[in-house]
Write a protein that binds this ligand. Structure first.
Ligand code: DGT
Ligand code: CA
Ligand code: ZN
Length: 556
């Protein structure tokens, strides 16, 4: 049997989580979701972990206990597991594709199945179109409209995968190929190399001394779904890498320049490096993240390319959660994990009371948390560690733009962020007003995940972004690039507008566990795609300098 890819296993565990929720199981849904996330983000394929150390090795993965490990061992051996089959028999629906629609949760799936025998997306769409949902308790014409909108959105994003899920798989493949004896080079190209937020497939470029043998081996790999392998000649490496990195529009523009110079440019050209290629065209090297035909060729010609913020430039992380709200690790564990990654500081930005489902905190709880942070910082100091935990919060922005935490509590923090978690449907005018009200608040230093989108799931709020950006500039409020794989918010285009307007940006992992810090790379990538330099990103600075840049500490 063909081994299952980590992505497919994560999908099955996610489905299991939803099925448990349908059964009203109290803890299992979260446990299975957590396991799904851990597996999705893992570079080593699970079947290899299993081959290496059996179920014991599976249990070493954070978030996977003995119970789930046993299910996984069975899943790897049989392609399914008894518990999943049992749950599926009770609710035989495509729960994964249904809960992927904004506004549909496991409980709704259960109702839809029990009352209307709806099994999948097509049947849900037909029922919504036919006005059949409004007969259910809690449903109306409005919810039918909303569901149809959600389904339409799902369809437009189609089969595109989110970068954060694909990147570990792509890198694992790259490493696997490099380990083949006859393979002399292998690299991921295409939209993944450009770090685009969603990607259609994995483009792999390979130099091999025995192309046929390599192709045969590759065909046997389980991760190979959606992978395009291009075997190229070493003397054409630069030309091929450039061609298969794209974007297509960027390629076409390069080819036109070549034609004007009387050459032909294609993937077989005798160019060993990309740098050589750009030089021949009279251009400065253009980083992959910029190759989207948004002015990079002009800028390269005129020596006006940005000095992009680098993947190792962040000194700290300005958004992270702990067990005080919906994170899975203590503040100390989060801090130690961040320090191990080479960061000098993190901000603890647990949720506020309005966000009940996360266990959001009130003023008193933030005061208690502050004591814990002070004690930890004291200990770090005594151990002569430079690491610092900053006191902060992710304050919920209410419908009218006001906040759900008192100013007195905000004033006790090192800084505060605010963000939108509800009322996504407001008009552009109301949404803009609401965001600007939060931006104008003297104790709100950063707006977290400003558009509140979820990739492939929720399009994000509609606001007049030029107005929002102008207000951020005027009020010295930073806007965040939330690096969580499912968010990447701000997105590249808005980042570019911020850069052009001189608005300060922050990058936050939004980590809910130590694994979450890995997302920072995705946030930096989006910053680069938005042409951001170090000077645009506040948390490239060491902690004292960074704090001085924030609104509450700026001299008026
Ligand atoms: P994706 O996969 O939809 O996320 O986007 P890409 O950019 O990876 O596009 P893909 O996979 O269709 O092709 C990989 C690269 O190959 C693309 O970025 C540029 C190059 N390429 C593909 N088709 C063409 C073409 O018709 N003309 C030119 N000039 N380049 C192409
Ligand atoms: Ca591609
Ligand atoms: Zn949030």
């Amino acid at each position: 049997m063909k081994s299952l890819s980590n992505a497919r296993i994560a999908e099955l565990l996610g489905e299991t989580a939803a099925l448990y929720e349908i059964e009203n199981e109290p803890f299992k849904p979260r446990a299975y979701e957590r396991a799904a996330l851990a597996i999705e983000a893992r570079e080593e394929p699970l079947y290899e972990t299993m081959a290496r150390g059996g179920p014991k090795a599976l249990q070493e993965i954070p978030g996977i206990g003995a119970g789930i490990a046993a299910h996984l061992a069975e899943l790897l051996a049989r392609g399914t597991f008894a518990e999943y089959e049992r749950l599926k028999k009770k609710t035989p629906v495509a729960v994964g594709e249904l809960v992927a629609v904004e506004g549909i949760g496991p409980k709704t799936v259960k109702t839809l199945w029990e009352k209307l025998k709806i099994k999948n997306l097509d049947e849900l769409e037909a029922a919504a179109r036919g006005g059949k949902l409004r007969a259910l308790a809690g449903f109306g014409e409005k919810s039918e409209e909303k569901i149809l909108k959600g389904i339409a959105f799902r369809r437009t994003v189609g089969g595109r995968m989110i970068l954060g899920a694909v990147l570990p798989v792509a890198h694992a493949l790259e490493n696997k190929l490099r380990a083949f004896q006859e393979v002399k080079n292998a690299i991921v190209a295409g939209s993944i190399r450009r770090m685009k937020e969603t990607v259609g497939d994995i483009d792999l470029l390979v130099v091999s001394e025995k192309p046929e043998e390599t192709m045969k081996k590759i065909a046997g790999l389980p991760e190979i779904e959606h992978v395009n392998v291009h075997i190229v000649q070493p003397e054409s490496w630069g030309a091929a890498l450039n061609y298969f990195t794209g974007s297509k529009a960027h390629n076409i523009a390069l080819r036109e320049i070549a034609i004007k110079k009387g050459w032909e440019l294609n993937e077989y050209g005798l160019l060993k490096t990309e740098k050589e290629l750009y030089e021949k065209l009279g251009l400065k090297y253009i980083e992959p993240e910029l190759r989207e035909m948004t002015g990079e060729i002009e800028a390269s010609k005129n020596g006006k390319l940005p000095h992009l913020v680098g993947y190792n430039d962040l000194k700290g992380d300005l958004q992270a959660h702990s067990t005080w709200t919906d994170g899975t690790r203590s503040i100390e564990e989060m801090a130690r994990a961040a320090a191990e990654l080479g960061l000098e500081y993190i901000a603890m930005t647990d949720h506020t009371q309005g966000l009940a489902m996360t266990g959001g905190m009130n003023e008193k709880e933030f005061a208690e948390q502050a004591k814990e942070i002070d004690a930890l910082n004291d200990r770090f100091k005594k151990q002569e560690t430079r690491f610092k935990i900053l006191k902060s919060a992710e304050v919920n922005i209410k419908k009218d733009g006001s906040l759900d935490l008192a100013d007195e509590a905000l004033a006790q923090m090192d800084f505060a962020g605010a963000s939108v978690h509800s009322h996504f449907e407001l008009s552009v005018k109301e949404q803009t007003k609401r965001l600007i009200k939060a931006i104008e608040h003297p104790l709100i230093d950063i707006i977290f995940h400003p558009t509140a989108r979820l990739l492939n799931k929720r399009p994000g709020i509609s606001a007049d972004w030029s107005e929002v950006i102008a207000a951020a500039k005027e009020n010295v409020t930073a806007l965040e690039i939330d690096a969580a794989p499912e968010r990447l918010d701000l997105h590249d285009e808005l980042i570019r507008q911020c850069v052009n307007a001189g608005v300060m940006l922050s990058i936050g992992s939004d980590a809910h566990s130590p694994d979450g810090f890995r997302a920072l790379k995705l946030g930096i990538a989006q910053a680069r795609r938005g042409w951001a330099e170090k000077k645009n990103i506040v948390n490239v600075l060491p902690v004292e300098k960074m704090l001085k840049m924030l609104k509450r500490n700026r001299e008026k």
